[in-house]
Design a protein around this ligand. Structure first.
Ligand SMILES: Nc1ncnc2c1ncn2[C@@H]1O[C@H](COP(=O)(O)OP(=O)(O)OP(=O)(O)O)[C@@H](O)[C@H]1O
Length: 265
């Protein structure tokens, strides 16, 4: 096995692990103002799984996604995507790797306001120097329910529609791994449901792996499993979540964190 590669099955076979973090630590700020955002996170997510990441505000959820997606560098520890380690490649190679293997959906959509729906969707392919298959892009947009809005600008769409463009933009590059940071945080209940259904479909129909940060137990219940973070550590896991069990666990977690902080103080 080459250095920098995690165990994987026979050549050509799909990796059973879409994402692996080993002892990932992220420290922000100078010595006197240090914030430990991630404090030794170890996890492994199988390909084709849908995982929600939950925890109190400031527990490190966004930092976890940013480090796992190679958008930020861990201070220590290792990140493997589809068996390949993110570290140890130059910036340009990392960008190329990310564009092929990783999609990211943000709470605030991050669409370019002067580009049409179709242009926004194909932008990552153009940036990656990949052939732009406009029919395939139209197909993805039709699948997210925007087949009749191709020439519209983002400002002419609702928030839910803009988020569906952002999902189409992430899916058109066909990344095996898709991160979503509070993708429904700015949406009404109905639009949120549509977006969650699209993420579920990306897992069930296309076999992608989705990791989603959310504050919403109803959103988390769309995932196969929930990881709970507190103070930069994974403090719990739950499979087959329901909105009720997630809400109960979060309440318990908030009480537990408050109790531990009082004990430390
Ligand atoms: N660029 C940064 N510089 C300094 N500190 C940061 C930076 N980004 C995050 N932090 C700190 O790291 C910790 C974890 O932040 P993070 O955004 O990952 O938490 P979160 O769980 O996503 O929070 P929220 O639910 O409020 O979005 C927080 O204490 C935060 O203030």
């Amino acid at each position: 096995m080459r250095r920098g590669e995690a165990a994987r099955p026979a050549e050509g076979g799909p990796s059973p692990e879409a994402l692996r973090l080993e002892g990932v630590r992220k420290v922000y700020g100078p010595e006197e103002n240090r914030v430990v955002a991630l404090d030794g996170v170890t996890l492994a997510l199988p390909a084709g799984s849908f995982t929600a990441v939950m925890g109190p505000s400031g527990s490190g959820k966004s930092t976890l996604l940013q480090c796992a997606a190679g958008l930020d560098l861990p201070s220590a520890g290792r990140v493997f995507v589809d068996g390949a380690e993110l570290a140890g490649r130059g910036e340009a190679a990392l960008t190329r790797f990310r564009r092929r293997r990783i999609g990211f959906v943000f709470q605030q959509f991050n669409l370019l306001p002067t580009l049409t729906v179709l242009e926004n969707t194909t932008l990552p392919l153009r940036l990656a120097g990949r052939r732009v298959d406009r029919d395939a892009a139209r197909g993805v947009l039709a699948r997210v329910g925007l087949g009749d809005r191709l020439g519209h600008l983002p400002a002419e769409l609702s928030g839910g529609q803009q988020q569906r463009v952002a999902i189409a933009r992430a899916l058109v590059a066909r990344p095996p791994l898709l991160f979503a940071d509070e993708p429904t945080g700015a949406l009404d209940t109905r639009s949120a449901r549509d977006v969650l259904a699209l993420l579920q479909e990306a897992v069930r129909a296309d076999g992608r792996t989705v990791v989603m940060v959310t504050h919403d137990p109803v959103a988390a219940a769309h995932a196969d499993a929930v990881l709970y973070l507190a103070d930069g550590r994974i403090v719990g896991r739950q499979s087959a979540p329901t909105a009720e069990t997630v809400a109960a666990r979060l309440t318990h977690l908030a009480d537990e964190v408050a109790r531990q902080r009082t004990e430390v103080a």
